[in-house]
Design a protein around this ligand. Structure first.
Ligand SMILES: [Zn+2]
Length: 117
């Protein structure tokens, strides 16, 4: 049996977000949403007030010191090609754990732009 060809990824491992993209999601998990709603004592809404560090950063907020993330199981789709057939773009579903924070856990990131050293 031929060994599998190494994957040449054509998409970035992580997205970066800004204020426009921080709350745009390509997929939705009802199970994760329900799990978070159950776990949190507050009324924060999944996909609106419960976001990853990178998405909060895009909204100029960050988790306050000492806050613990909630862990949720996620999948992300990434495109790749192989050396055997570089023309054909394939899609892989990658499982990962996302660390999310609700709005109550975050603070505004003040004066970080070109600021303190
Ligand atoms: Zn909250």
């Amino acid at each position: 049996m031929a060994s599998p060809q190494p994957r040449r990824w054509t998409t970035e491992p992580r997205e970066t977000f800004n204020a426009d993209t921080a709350r745009k999601f390509s997929r939705y998990s009802g199970r994760n949403a329900a799990q978070l709603a159950d776990a949190l004592p507050c009324d924060c809404q999944p996909y609106v007030d419960i976001l990853t560090f990178g998405r909060w950063k895009g909204l100029d907020r960050a988790p306050a010191k000492g806050q613990k993330a909630h862990h949720i199981a996620c999948k992300r789709l990434r495109q790749y090609t192989t050396d055997d057939d570089p023309e054909t773009v394939l899609t892989a579903s990658i499982k990962y754990v996302a660390h999310v924070f609700c709005r109550c856990q975050t603070v505004e990131r003040r004066g970080r732009k070109g600021g303190r050293r």
